[in-house]
Design a binder for this molecule. Sequence first.
Ligand SMILES: Nc1ncnc2c1ncn2[C@@H]1O[C@H](COP(=O)(O)OP(=O)(O)OP(=O)(O)O)[C@@H](O)[C@H]1O
Ligand SMILES: [Mg+2]
Length: 496
Amino acid sequence: MPTLRERLLGVMTPPQSMPAVSDGDGAPLRGTPTPTAPSGLPRSGSAVPARRRAPGAVGAERRTRTFTPRRIEVETLGPVEQLKVDLHRRLVERLDLEALEQVSDGAVLTAQIRNAVADFLRTEGTPLTQGEREDVIEQIVYEVTGLGPIEPFFRDPTISDILVNGPRDIYIERRGRLSRVPVAFRNDAHLMAIIDRIVSRVGRRVDESSPMVDARLPDGSRVNAIIPPLALDGPILSIRRFGAELPMQALVENGTLTQDMVELLSACVQARLNIMISGGTGSGKTTLLNALSVYIPATERVVTIEDAAELRLQQEHVCRLETRPPNAEGRGQVVARDLVRNALRMRPDRIIVGEVRGAEALDMLQAMNTGHEGSLTTIHANSPRDALARVETMIQFASTSLPLRAIREQIASALEVVVQIARMADGTRRVTAIAEITSMEGDIISMQDIYKYHRRGITENGEVVGDFEATGVRPLFMERLQVAGIELPNSLFAQA
Ligand SMILES: Nc1ncnc2c1ncn2[C@@H]1O[C@H](COP(=O)(O)OP(=O)(O)OP(=O)(O)O)[C@@H](O)[C@H]1O
Ligand SMILES: [Mg+2]
């Protein structure tokens, strides 16, 4: 482990050096021993390879290209932010780190840092407000106890993803838009130390023998780290933060779907239809599932099954189950399939599988076909049709003996609705289809769209424009809704 001094010194490479030509071991680091990475990683060279410099710098190559990709924005610091960064750096140079290193009590540590900052500001006469001063203190505490330079992003609830590609390329996603941020880790070793801190807290490790790790933080954020030699340009850390909770109303307001579509989907949930939400990575499947879960009556007992628990159901009566990876000796693994089977013995009213990825698809469909209706799940697929094909493949893996036709019959009778969601080019999310699975026609599962998103084009600013349209089809499941006592107006299905 690096010493406290090393950790503290790794704080912030000033933003100007962002294209990162100086190695991170700038002025404040003189005389500091080079920390070794826990895995003995090679340290990065003193300059960042050209292809990792500023992402917008296309330079000479551009002439030969006909297509210019839109540049990724770089966040700039305001004057006060800049001052804080400078102050922070100078402060770290002055602090008696040896003494701080001995402090294990968080409150004492904060108090000592606070005193040091106060002294410093008195002598330097730096014009900081009380609030800014508190910020600086807090940032130094992060350095000692938290995620180093990325901790402020981690605490910012408007940021959904933090992506660290080696020590100097750091991106964040805020409201669906990716931008590069002017902070850096000092070097590979510093980044490795932070990765180590993150994963060891949740009982995992990352080193040469296990160079990839997936973990969930206590707040539900998901973390993936992959390190050299698998990652070629230094350790890569991807934090998918627990996004801000987006209730259905927020999804309507931000144009993900219309009120009419919400009415239809909420009726489907209440009437216990089996619904699969399909979409690409980060398209908003889980968010939509969370939002839909509100319509599950509070009287029901719900069992959720996830690889990394991120569902936040509103009901009181929820049993949350999570799969477990094998331990260091390769034992003790519990997969989703085991949990689905176990869930059936828990007298569930509904089983919610966060995402189907494998053999559990078979057990889930069987459960749906044997009286556990009203299941909700998500799947990684590009269209409703593709979603069914993926389920089919998963079932084939789970049971090679089932003939294809039988598999398709299972799927057709178990699933009623597929909701397709997509992340558009401008970062917004749209429900691009609500499709009903009707029956089998010969060997083919037949489906019909109830709603579709018709994309009309893209504005100059890169915003996607289009409309949600009812296709004019009245779903066959209307009968099921009626049996459940739900009447939907015909206007919901009328073609515009
Ligand atoms: N409808 C939406 N509008 C705006 N942002 C959204 C929407 N849905 C999701 N997001 C944001 O996108 C990110 C990814 O969302 P989510 O985890 O729901 O996607 P996912 O499809 O389940 O991803 P994965 O493929 O990783 O399972 C979150 O930060 C979330 O806040
Ligand atoms: Mg998800």
